[in-house]
Design a protein around this ligand. Sequence first.
Ligand SMILES: *[C@@H]1O[C@H](CO)[C@@H](O)[C@H](O)[C@H]1NC(C)=O
Ligand SMILES: *[C@@H]1O[C@H](CO)[C@@H](O)[C@H](O)[C@H]1NC(C)=O
Ligand SMILES: *[C@@H]1O[C@H](CO)[C@@H](O)[C@H](O)[C@H]1NC(C)=O
Ligand SMILES: *[C@@H]1O[C@H](CO)[C@@H](O)[C@H](O)[C@H]1NC(C)=O
Ligand SMILES: *[C@@H]1O[C@H](CO)[C@@H](O)[C@H](O)[C@H]1NC(C)=O
Ligand SMILES: *[C@@H]1O[C@H](CO)[C@@H](O)[C@H](O)[C@H]1NC(C)=O
Ligand SMILES: *[C@@H]1O[C@H](CO)[C@@H](O)[C@H](O)[C@H]1NC(C)=O
Length: 548
Amino acid sequence: MSLSSSFNWLSLNASTSLAWTPCYDAFQCARLSVPLYYSDPSAGSAAIALIKSPSNFSAGSAEYLGPILFNPGGPGGSGVELVLAGAPYFRAIIGAQYDLVGFDPRGVGATTPPLSIFNSPPEALEWYAGYPQNVNESVSSFGRGHAAANILGSLAADRASVEAQAVSTPAVAHDMLSIARAFGFERVNYWGVSYGSVIGATFAAMFPQNVGRFIIDGVVNAHEWYAGVDTSSLLDADAALSSVWSACTAAGPSNCPLYASDPAAIAKRVNALVDAVHLAPVPVFNGSSQITFGVMDYTALVHQLYTLAQHPYADGAQIVAGLSALARGDASLIYQGSDAQAVSALATCAFDAGAPFADGSLDVTFAIAGGDQLRTGTLSLEQARANYALLVKQSAFFAPDLWATLQGGGSGWTLRGKDRFNGSFATQTSTPVLLIGNTFDPLTPLANAHNMSAGFARSVVLQQNSTGHSSWTGFSTCTARAVHAYFASGALPARGTVCQPDFAIFAPANGTTSLERRGDGEVAFDAAVRAIALGDFVARRRRGARAF
Ligand SMILES: *[C@@H]1O[C@H](CO)[C@@H](O)[C@H](O)[C@H]1NC(C)=O
Ligand SMILES: *[C@@H]1O[C@H](CO)[C@@H](O)[C@H](O)[C@H]1NC(C)=O
Ligand SMILES: *[C@@H]1O[C@H](CO)[C@@H](O)[C@H](O)[C@H]1NC(C)=O
Ligand SMILES: *[C@@H]1O[C@H](CO)[C@@H](O)[C@H](O)[C@H]1NC(C)=O
Ligand SMILES: *[C@@H]1O[C@H](CO)[C@@H](O)[C@H](O)[C@H]1NC(C)=O
Ligand SMILES: *[C@@H]1O[C@H](CO)[C@@H](O)[C@H](O)[C@H]1NC(C)=O
Ligand SMILES: *[C@@H]1O[C@H](CO)[C@@H](O)[C@H](O)[C@H]1NC(C)=O
């Protein structure tokens, strides 16, 4: 669903009260006017794009509980697209009492002003062509990435400093309060994953008295986010990938073409494949398809394996089939859907030369992540290498990807958000926060949920015993029930709750069984819900804005 083609957001007047217009069939859209900088209201305004899947109950009725805001992470993910795609799923889990509300954070999607760092797609493509998205591709990749990140930081300071200083997480957190107030509520209800957990934690720390029912899921260590030093993100990354190979062994040869009776044997074969492709990238040529040509290389292959560890339920079958074909010398399947292919999407002449061009991938990721850092200035190459070494210690295999697509960008970023936060997360919130972490999350380990929970008095961590990035990547009726209960009444799961997933990775999908229904008035989790869950509804991140 392409946002720009199917709805004209700029036709909506931005105002400080919410004026809803029907959009996208059953949804309503509005633009909320907020200060560009809360710390300097004279600096002008921003307009936050909002989408609403309305509650079945009217405002003012006893059943109506207000809006729940959603964020899919990124940084750079669109909350509008998330709610557009995920509303049926969220509605089934949460029930009818809430408006489900997506907003595009600053710098993202239909929110204005746009962040325009590159002048055109060809110029953006030129920068991306020189920016290694895995710093272990070659011996010069780390240094080249560092240099290119500096260029991006300089371009932003030169061309877009007013806008880039407006996209910081504390400003987005403040926007959430503005949105809730425009609905007539003083407390913010929220469900955010991944980088969305940074927004959530920032909100909870800045506005503890305004915390409503509030879930942060796939939890980032927000202390480290603001410090710009990462000793935690990849702690479970290697274990997550190993657990996928174990699932392959458990699923058997008919469900997993990479099957071996010992998961370690699968890992060994895949590692050999990665090493072979590192030295001998594989050409892909399919004259009859839209993808006419490309090269499957180490960078793209490692990233596919990272995608596998992050979304094993949704993407496992295809990626494993692609790896199996690659082992036979055919790279076309694994290339399909890879980032290498997505880069070519920029190679278009179809853009509006009369409007500012917003790339919306690494540019916005780095503007937000770089601009949040508490330290000032850029990092020297040596300092950057020292920070990178901390990531390599966690996972030598995935560190080169995550560094390139997230952490490395901060090294060259000179600007900082005008709205600041001090990075202190010890507080007592007006409603206790619910944190969710997966047993094997390759990007936001369970330990992070416990780390952040320690700061939020009375908060509870729910563990979902699945592999993947955030609870949204693996469906668990038990998690869904806990979320339902929390949003319905504020009831928290018991401390130490572990929820099992409903499905095994690589198990044949069946979304058509008659599933348990409860006659007690609680939400009935029907087959449709699980079918949506199996499809991993979360709008897949665009190239670049892919790290968290
Ligand atoms: C909302 O109301 C409509 C129309 O009465 C009904 O079809 C739908 O099931 C209701 N949705 C929920 C979530 O209760
Ligand atoms: C950090 O900011 C929060 C929210 O503004 C404030 O409550 C807290 O006292 C500050 N902490 C420090 C150590 O400055
Ligand atoms: C080549 O492209 C055609 C048309 O898009 C597609 O059906 C086919 O699967 C592709 N073949 C390979 C090997 O990718
Ligand atoms: C980089 O690649 C080389 C060659 O494949 C490998 O030996 C090394 O372990 C990799 N280093 C990291 C940090 O991934
Ligand atoms: C949480 O993580 C931060 C940053 O790594 C660390 O300084 C702090 O001690 C941790 N807190 C707890 C309770 O583990
Ligand atoms: C998680 O699931 C695995 C089986 O997939 C099981 O062996 C393990 O005990 C479970 N862990 C918890 C904490 O429930
Ligand atoms: C489909 O999945 C459900 C729930 O996991 C299971 O109970 C059922 O046996 C499965 N049906 C088939 C035909 O595999």
